[in-house]
Design a protein around this ligand. Structure first.
Ligand code: T1G
Ligand code: NAD
Length: 682
């Protein structure tokens, strides 16, 4: 047939096989191959029915995202789908791996669908700032009902084969190792009708009467999660059209809402992030033979806020963990927190009591660091002082087995200085998790000056194993994320001294798309992180807030006062401290506009990002964006700070930085002058 689609005939069954690694995406070649394959099968009198099957690890995982934004070549997807739906011979989709996006939409134009138990089926387009643009929003509700379809297209989360069978999305579950035979057997059923999903009206009509309430309630329940995104509401409108309009009218609504999303900046940003996340895992210059080492057991030192969360990642992946503390009370507290977290998850039905015990069963608490002698990887999460960390690594160096990887979860400190206290600096690196460590997807992998390639490769592979998005960072103060965060926090502090209020600054960044602003975040993290009463001299506003006993949410008093329900109101105490500080510094406070706040909080971050790139502390600009999206809540539909700066225009960013008295980073100045961008996306 074609390089990527083959038609073989087994008796009276034509088997169309797509073989286009890595994920059989619907590229032009695949579309052309499908069009030719269906035509050939129709023309072959021996063929009574057709099975659509994919080689490799998955069924079609969607349209080829890398083709978006370019001129479309080859057969159009609607044309291929029409040829399949209107085919005079039944077509059975044989699904394994993932049937996603355009892939599921192709399966929905087949007359029947068979899947193996491990298969996942979904329409994740909303995660790319899009909606299913090949009939998915009109055909899916006709099979599974509008309510289920609504959940699937607005969450983008695939469902299991079991759930797909229960909802009517598929017709049969095949044996895990017998998919093709089961699909052929299904195709040989006598008198198989040519069932066109587009003609199924029962479920949409049945929902019509109660639909308005259902859609209104859904919008209300999901308003917070959908805030700032354009695509979710467009998806909802399409499902509404499926309920209220004819199939063809609904298809027009889908098309009319799809195109502006596809052409829009949000989807451009989210597609960029899709590839950037996959790129981040690739370490430049790593020798091909730097094979990852096996991590069969992990040691963690410190069972505090971070140690406990880090442990859960490995327990979740079935890796035994030995956790060490200094005092029994701290150890008990740490272990109890882990168990409570699991029990909360079980209480929400997301895991069973047996799962809780299985994970806790993999955890060995101890006060004796010697028990780490067999661990393949040890992660230190003790207090953030160089002295304590060097002391711990000195001891660890004598205890850990040869070849063990020694990692620090330090937020800011110099990993090389920690490594130098050991006899094996090549086995040392930073593994910087983000709080809560069992939830946040980001892992900054801090490459030390002497970190060996295999150690780095192991860290990247381990990150994938525990479901983290790993980004390589160089050794500098605060690595990528915290280093840029410092510049934002510093500017935010200046702004409240000059006349803005913490509430105003927080509102501006909240409206930009962040879950919360810098002052709310400081209150949540705790105003006293890294603060000591002994050393405090009231030099900064934070010093003075802490000296006044304000600690943030943990004691209900910070930049905001918090009631028992955690509702916040601006703190008169904090406000007065800020006013007194400004007066003492002789600052004439003034009205500060929202745009100035946004520019002064974000442009310096970008400038710092340019310095980080130029120093090689990040491999690529998109890595910086992945850090901010997965570690600091940067709104994904704005693509991250570097992509966003490109969308604003680097000439403007440079001009505004100069206007605010910043020295523009040389890389930024050069790219602006050459009308280029950080990410190559503009
Ligand atoms: N298009 C192009 N490349 C893709 C791709 C796609 N749809 N999916 C994956 N890749 C590449 C990916 O970049 C990586 O490349 C390699 O495949 C392996 O992916 C009309 C508009 C399928 C669950 O959103 O969710 O259909 O880095 O590392 O962890 O309505 O990939 O090796 O060079 O992620 O095993 C909708 C996207 C498209 C699904 C596999 N579909 N893919 O995960 O491997 S829009 C999606 C995934 C659409 C229609 C619309 C995952 C996966 P490289 P990977 P994985
Ligand atoms: P924490 O104070 O909650 O916990 C530290 C734990 O280490 C305490 O329980 C303490 O008893 C234990 N400890 C100290 N010295 C020890 C030793 N010699 N042996 C065994 N246990 C010892 O602190 P945390 O917030 O979990 O931070 C730990 C590390 O993680 C720090 O380097 C911090 O900068 C970093 N970090 C923190 C966050 C965060 O948001 N809290 C995020 C990322 C990284």
């Amino acid at each position: 047939m074609s390089a990527v689609v083959d038609l073989s005939v087994d008796g009276d069954i034509g088997v169309l096989t797509i073989n286009s690694p890595p994920v059989n995406a619907l590229s032009a070649a695949v579309r052309d191959g499908l069009a030719a394959g269906v035509a050939a099968a129709v023309a072959d009198p021996a063929v009574k029915a057709i099975v659509l099957h994919c080689a490799g690890r998955t069924f079609i995982a969607g349209a080829d995202i890398s083709e978006f934004g370019g001129a479309m070549k080859g057969a159009s997807l609607p044309a291929v789908q029409a040829a399949m739906e209107d085919c005079p011979k039944p077509i059975i989709a044989a699904i394994h791996g993932t049937a996603l996006g355009g892939g599921l939409e192709v399966a929905l134009t087949c007359h029947y669908r068979v899947a193996v138990p491990s298969a996942k089926l979904g329409l994740p387009e909303v995660k790319l700032g899009l909606l299913p643009g090949a009939g998915g929003t009109q055909r899916l509700p006709r099979l599974v009902g509008p309510e289920q379809a609504l959940k699937m297209v607005t969450s983008g989360t695939p469902i299991s084969a079991k759930a797909a069978l229960a909802s009517g999305l598929i017709d049969e579950i095949a044996p895990e190792d017998g998919l093709l035979e089961a699909a052929k057997a299904f195709a040989r059923r006598p008198n198989l009708a040519l069932v066109k999903v587009r003609d199924k009206q029962d479920k949409v009509e049945a929902a019509r009467a109660t639909a308005p309430e259902m859609f209104a309630q859904f919008r209300k329940d999901n308003a917070r999660a959908m805030r700032g995104f354009e695509a979710p509401e467009a998806n909802i409108k399409c499902i509404e059209a499926a309920v209220n309009l004819s199939f063809d009218e609904g298809m027009k609504v889908e098309r009319d809402l799809f195109v502006p999303l596809m052409m829009g900046l949000q989807s451009k940003a989210q597609r960029y992030v899709f590839f950037a996340e996959r790129q981040a895992n690739k370490v430049e210059g790593l020798p091909a033979d730097a094979a990852p080492l096996t991590i069969g057991s992990v040691g963690i030192i410190g069972a505090g806020t971070m140690g406990g969360g880090i442990a859960m990642n490995f327990l979740n992946a079935g890796v035994p963990v030995t956790i060490v503390e200094m005092k029994q009370e701290a150890l008990d507290r740490g272990v109890a927190t882990i168990r409570k977290n699991y029990e909360n998850t079980a209480a929400k039905g997301r895991m069973t009591a047996a799962d809780v015990e299985a994970r806790m069963g993999l955890l060995t608490p101890t006060l004796d660091m010697e028990e780490l002698s067999a661990a393949d990887l040890v992660i230190e999460a003790v207090f953030e002082t160089m002295e304590i960390k060097r002391d711990v690594f000195g001891k660890l160096d004598r205890i850990a087995k040869p070849g063990a990887i020694l990692a620090s979860n330090t937020s800011y400190l110099n990993v090389d200085e920690i490594a130098d206290v050991t006899s094996r600096p090549g086995s040392v690196l930073g593994l910087h998790f983000f709080s809560p460590a069992n939830v946040m997807r980001l892992l900054e992998v801090v490459r030390g000056a002497k970190t060996e390639p295999a150690v780095l490769a192991t860290a990247m592979a381990t990150a994938k194993k525990i479901g983290k998005v790993a980004v390589v960072a160089g050794v500098c103060h605060g690595f990528i994320g915290n280093r840029m965060l410092s510049s934002r926090q510093a500017e935010a502090m200046k702004l409240i001294v000059e006349g803005a209020t913490p509430e105003q600054v927080d509102r501006v960044l909240y409206d930009f798309g962040w879950p919360m602003g810098p002052f709310q975040m400081s209150d949540l993290a705790g105003l006293d992180i890294g603060w000591s009463a002994e050393k405090s001299k009231g030099e900064t506003i934070r010093d003075r807030l802490c000296e006044a006993g304000l600690r943030g949410q943990k004691n209900g008093r910070g930049f905001y006062d918090y009631d028992a329900q955690r509702n916040r109101t601006p703190s008169p105490v904090a406000t007065q401290i800020i006013l007194d500080y400004a007066a003492e510094k002789g600052v004439n406070r003034r009205e500060v506009g929202d745009e100035e706040i946004l520019e002064r909080c974000l442009y310096p971050m970008v400038n710092e990002g340019a310095l980080i790139l130029a120093e090689g502390m990040a491999q690529r600009a998109s890595d910086i964006d992945i850090v901010w999206i997965n570690g600091y809540g940067w709104p994904v539909y704005r693509g991250g700070p570097m992509f966003w700066a490109d969308s604003v225009g680097l000439a403007k960013v440079a001009e505004r930085l100069t206007h605010y008295g910043y020295e523009v980073a040389p890389l930024l100045a050069r790219l602006a002058a050459e009308e280029k961008s950080f990410t190559g996306q503009f």
